[in-house]
Design a protein around this ligand. Structure first.
Ligand code: ATP
Ligand code: MG
Ligand code: MG
Ligand code: MG
Length: 568
């Protein structure tokens, strides 16, 4: 491609509203063009990079068993009424009416649409599992569209939906998507961290956000280098259970008749309260991942502060809580008891006060009247989503899992994976017949990647004061050939020969043959960030060129042949 023919308009000045590097650089390079607030178009170079990201996503999604389809962005309100989200979604939902007054929205996401497809197309267990995805334009009327592609009102998203027979199938689908996401973001050249994410009403350890590390990111994450805990700060949680340690004692169920206070329980259990008893509240889940109860918890310290916050954090209806005898509890302890359904310790949400140190040898309710469990340990005895949003975790606070000081980072949420369970199949009636001709709810997962936001995240992580430094995988072109004097025949001939040889080998080449001063061309080459720069100048007569990588300061004088070899 000759730059002299390309529709390219770089900018020296960008509007003041562009505050962060990716926004500034994508505008300066003319890769994106603003139409109105939060709505952008893509010019040739920007579109090329975007398509490369899409292609990486497609390849990895297909490899993981996904099948691409393409649905409309226009969605009828009826489906949203069925799922209950037409009213719940709020002003971010971009609503519109047709000429007959029928309600529609521009899709911010497509759970309803995909569930609708599946409920009409799938009837037998033989058709499952399935994973369908699309790469498509989404609309969210964001309260504060800003930072260019980072938070826009129209953006491109890859959204995938998995449909399985049961929870075990969903777990597998989720795992596959998680792994595909790791490959996708790695191939895009991003430094990122998967972290446990808020699952809103669904709960459980059922969602991860993929966060590209960046100071300008709007997500805040907390992570621990000792035990691998990594989560958004609001919901610091555990990615991997810590390994069994010597300090973990065997779990025991103990009969503790008549105990009401933490001291009484501690006495019964023969444990030193200060060492072993931590604030704990377990919410329990059934096989399908639905909340079905909670297990007794003990809280040490300021009871009111802890208990109220714990209960609020878990959104437990107040009437379902039985407080133990307040009088007897004294000022140092509290106790919440009771459970509303069959419980198991294995998949639960725990709220801990972030000021408390690591969770080791805990005391918990045993889901059995007048019984407690002693030496309950995370990872070995239960898996959990550990929430510390009672207080936002700050850098240096003890890790809720192991007690080591946690680290803090900012990042950009480039993707999220989510176990939906039967939320949509239940409200919208998506079922299949199992081997025994019984109707069963389809178990779903959903998986989003912000394609346009990923482009911005790449620029955020790969730039310097002179411009973008594209990773090869998503660069709009691989090589830029800068011709010093475009009216010098020898130089042009050599440049064209190199360009032809590279293109024949599949290398994408931009040939800067514009009638501009060399200084302008070099500045633009730096700004555009094409990974390899070949300069054809005076040495052309001897078949020599200058070879330079955008990311390095050094340049080298080498023969054109060697230049071609290196660039292939
Ligand atoms: P955020 O927390 O940033 O508002 P979200 O959690 O609401 O994002 P999801 O519903 O998880 O977003 O959508 C999937 C992906 O779509 C996100 O991980 C993000 O990469 C992208 N995305 C969401 N909202 C926007 C937006 N306004 N502009 C660009 N990309 C977006
Ligand atoms: Mg959002
Ligand atoms: Mg989010
Ligand atoms: Mg999200």
């Amino acid at each position: 491609m000759r730059l002299s023919n390309m529709h390219l308009k770089t900018l020296r000045e960008v509007p003041n509203e562009a505050e962060i590097p990716s926004h500034i650089l994508l505008l300066r390079t003319g890769m994106i063009r603003k139409l109105v607030s939060g709505v952008y178009g893509f010019m040739p170079l920007g579109w090329r990079s975007l398509r490369k990201i899409e292609e990486i996503i497609r390849q990895e999604m297909d490899r993981a068993g996904g099948q691409e389809i393409h649905m409309s962005a226009v969605q009828p309100a009826e489906l949203w009424e069925e799922s209950g989200r037409w009213y719940a979604y709020g002003p971010e939902l971009w609503r519109l009416k047709d000429r007959n007054g029928r309600d529609f929205c521009l899709g911010p996401t497509h759970e309803e649409i995909f569930t609708d497809i599946i409920r009409s197309d799938v009837s037998s267990y033989r058709q499952l599992p399935l994973n369908l995805y699309q790469i498509q334009t989404k609309y969210r009327d964001e309260a504060r569209p800003r930072f260019g592609l980072m938070r826009s009102r129209e953006f491109i998203m890859k959204d995938a939906y998995s449909f399985d027979k049961d929870q075990a199938g969903l777990d597998k689908s989720y795992e596959e998507m998680y792994e595909a996401y790791e490959k996708i973001f790695t191939r895009c050249g991003l430094t990122f961290r998967p972290v446990e994410a808020d699952t809103g009403a669904i709960g459980g350890s059922n969602s991860h956000e993929f966060t590209a590390l960046s100071e300008v990111g709007e997500s805040e994450i907390a992570y621990c280098e000792k035990c691998q805990m990594a989560a958004t700060v609001e919901r610091a949680a555990c990615v991997d259970a810590p390994a069994f340690s010597e300090t973990e004692l065997p779990m025991e169920e103990v009969h503790t008749p008549g105990t009401k206070t933490i001291e009484e329980v501690a006495d019964f259990l023969g444990i030193k309260q200060e060492e072993t008893i931590k604030a704990l509240l377990f919410v329990t889940y059934d096989e399908e991942g639905k909340e079905n109860g909670y297990v007794a918890a003990f809280v040490r310290g300021d009871r009111e502060l802890n208990m109220t916050k714990l209960i609020n954090a878990l959104k437990i209806p107040e009437h379902s809580i039985e407080f133990a005898d307040e009088e007897k509890m004294g000022d140092a302890t509290g106790c919440v008891g009771g459970f509303t359904g069959p419980t198991k310790l294995h998949d639960c949400t725990i709220v801990v006060d972030s000021e408390l140190p690591g969770l080791k040898n805990l005391c918990a309710g045993a889901c059995k009247v007048d019984h407690h469990l002693k030496n309950v340990n995370y990872g070995r005895d239960y898996k959990a989503d550990i929430i510390t949003d009672i207080k936002t975790l700050k850098a240096g606070d003890p890790c809720p899992v192991c007690g080591a000081p946690i680290k803090h980072a900012r990042g950009i949420e480039v993707g999220q994976v989510f176990k939906l369970g039967t939320k949509y199949s239940e409200s919208m009636g998506a079922t299949y017949k199992d081997e025994n001709q019984q109707d069963q709810l389809i178990v779903m997962g959903c998986y989003g990647i912000g394609v346009t936001r990923t482009l911005a995240a790449v620029v955020e992580q790969h730039h310097d004061e002179n411009g973008i430094i594209w990773p090869m995988s998503v660069a709009p072109y691989h090589v830029i050939i800068t011709v010093m004097k475009e009216n010098d025949e020898t130089q042009m001939e050599l440049a064209e020969r190199i360009s032809g040889e590279l293109e024949a080998a599949g290398v994408e080449v931009l040939l800067d043959d514009r009638k501009e001063r060399p200084g302008v061309k070099f500045k633009d080459a730096d700004l555009l960030g094409i990974p390899v720069r070949i300069t054809v100048g005076r040495g052309a007569a001897d078949g020599m060129i200058e070879y330079k990588l955008r990311r390095d300061a050094d340049k080298e004088e080498i023969s054109a042949e060697e230049g071609v070899q290196r660039a292939i």
